[in-house]
Design a protein around this ligand. Structure first.
Ligand code: E4P
Length: 220
């Protein structure tokens, strides 16, 4: 399963590429706002970090857009900026019509803000490159999410769609593991989520104990 970083903070992305060899980046308007930079500037900077690789950067169209024409023209403009950019369209009906139009130009679409399996199915039928169920938002609303991921993966496999299932808004390590067990292709999570997930208090305690034994033993 691929690990994407969910961020528009250039330093965090550079760290995650170097230390964890993350496979891609996802951005959204919240991340861009948190970066403190204008959207086009920050996505250009992120694009430079993945230059010459096949790591994708998902960049989102204006969330006020609601027509096919708006999706297609903004999608074309953003995609022309960098070959690694995948265009995020929010999961509303015009997206399903815009996806095949963009696909004819070789432009890949990540359908974002997906909350049920039928939305995912509609996106896959249209030819989405990624489909992004937001599991953290559902869980914050007391909704179970493991079966949603399993359902989307099963639907994809039943019909042989080429879409990758990108589990988004992942908030902790348990959700990363759940996504992997359910057969998701990708998770995207914040820097702090990976940091926490790669750590365990027993690992730290165990290391301290082993260091103690090590210091009391001879090496040769
Ligand atoms: C990913 O593509 C989504 O934009 C993201 O996971 C949403 O997460 P957030 O709630 O942390 O912004």
């Amino acid at each position: 399963m691929k690990f994407f970083l969910d961020s528009a903070i250039v330093d965090e992305i550079a760290y995650a590429l170097d230390m964890w060899d993350i496979d891609g980046v996802t951005t959204n308007p919240r991340h861009v706002q948190a970066s403190g930079k204008p959207m086009l500037q920050v996505i250009r900077e992120i694009g430079k970090l993945v230059e010459g690789t096949d790591k994708t950067v998902s960049v989102e169209v204006n969330p006020h857009y609601k027509t096919v024409d708006e999706f297609v023209s903004e999608g074309r403009k953003l995609a022309a900026m960098h070959p690694n950019f995948v265009i995020k369209l929010h999961c509303i009906e015009p997206a399903f019509k815009a996806i095949p139009i963009l696909a004819k130009d070789g432009i890949r679409v990540n359908v974002t803000l997906v909350f049920n399996a039928v939305q995912a199915l509609a996106a896959m039928r249209a030819g989405a490159f990624y489909v992004s169920p937001f599991i953290g938002w559902k869980e914050a609303n007391a909704e179970e999410t493991r079966s949603l991921i399993e359902d989307i993966v099963d639907i994809r496999d039943n019909y042989g769609f080429g879409t990758e299932v990108l589990v988004a808004a992942v908030r902790n390590g348990r959700q990363i593991a759940d996504a992997a067990v359910a057969g998701a292709d990708i998770v995207t999570a914040a820097h702090a989520v990976y940091k926490d997930a790669f750590d365990h208090p027993y690992t730290r305690d165990g290391l301290a104990k082993f260091q103690e034994f090590w210091d009391k033993s001879k090496y040769e």
